[in-house]
Design a protein around this ligand. Sequence first.
Ligand code: ZN
Length: 357
Amino acid sequence: MVFSRCPKDRPTESQRPKMTDKTTMTDNMMTSLGLDRPESGDDTVVPFTLDKLDTRGRTVRLGDALDTILSRHNYPAPVARLLGEAVVLAALIGSSLKFAGKFIMQTQTDGPVNLIVVDFDAPDGLRGYARFDHDMLVKAAEEGRTKPAELLGKGHLAMTIDQGEHMERYQGIVALEGNSLEDVAHTYFMQSEQIPTQVRLAVAEFTQKGDHRPHWRAGGMLVQHLPEHGMSHIPDLPGDGDFSNPETADPHFEEDDGWNEAKALMATLDDLELADPELSSERLLFRLYHETGVRVFPPMPVVERCTCSADRIEDMLSTSFTAEDREEMAVDGEIEVVCEFCSTAYHFNPHQFDVKN
Ligand SMILES: [Zn+2]
């Protein structure tokens, strides 16, 4: 297992609920927590509210969906971990789309991992890939600089909401300056929607009995301060847009008590709990927020799904390129296009387009 933090808060074995017969015990446990359904498993997003704290949120747990995305490309572990974080973040944000559409998250930076693209195709499809510079990655590993934020380096992150051709595209851009994706999410929501937001992301490699290789899994949580009446109480946007800069931040600003409590409790979460295969979202939320009260909603499934197709690529080859371009692209009389997300290879005859034009 690979974790970037010390698992100091992990409950001991004796504190964990014992489950001898998983199905019946699980149902019982959930009923005792006031839930009339079994707890959710991997590859689900669970929305929740902390009514007393004027806070809403979502948790995500990814198993097979993430493992498929990461293991397909056989990325070096630090790259896989960073892309994994991006996939968790895209699932947390994209799953809030209330319409058919797409949420696209893309980083462009000068670090060893220079490009990450993850998209969430509503209501449930996730896909993603990363590009990295092999030499820079080797050097970073030698120097011990392989934390996700260090691999990104400087540049920007763009979040795009695409609701189809009849709706306006929305795009928000946040500067990346050696900060983590967790921090970037906070800045993004402050700048674009002025909603105080806190995000936690954890990616881990697990090997279970009988596995012939380790599997990637991940967990994440997003909470937002959204009072039912009126606006969130947030500081004025500093001139430089940086809320953590003491020189420009409002020194008299005091955050809402409920929101402070929601954040403080979330800060006690460790990576092990977030990615623990034995700990459901419901149980995790109950552990964190049982004293203030937490309301959980039905889980929303997520799957690994690529949206590429021969038709789309054929269309792209036909409209974006000339006959001459296509002739040049052909090798041994055939154009091969490989999808960067899912590695599916598509083959075309450069002359099959001649008829259309
Ligand atoms: Zn594909």
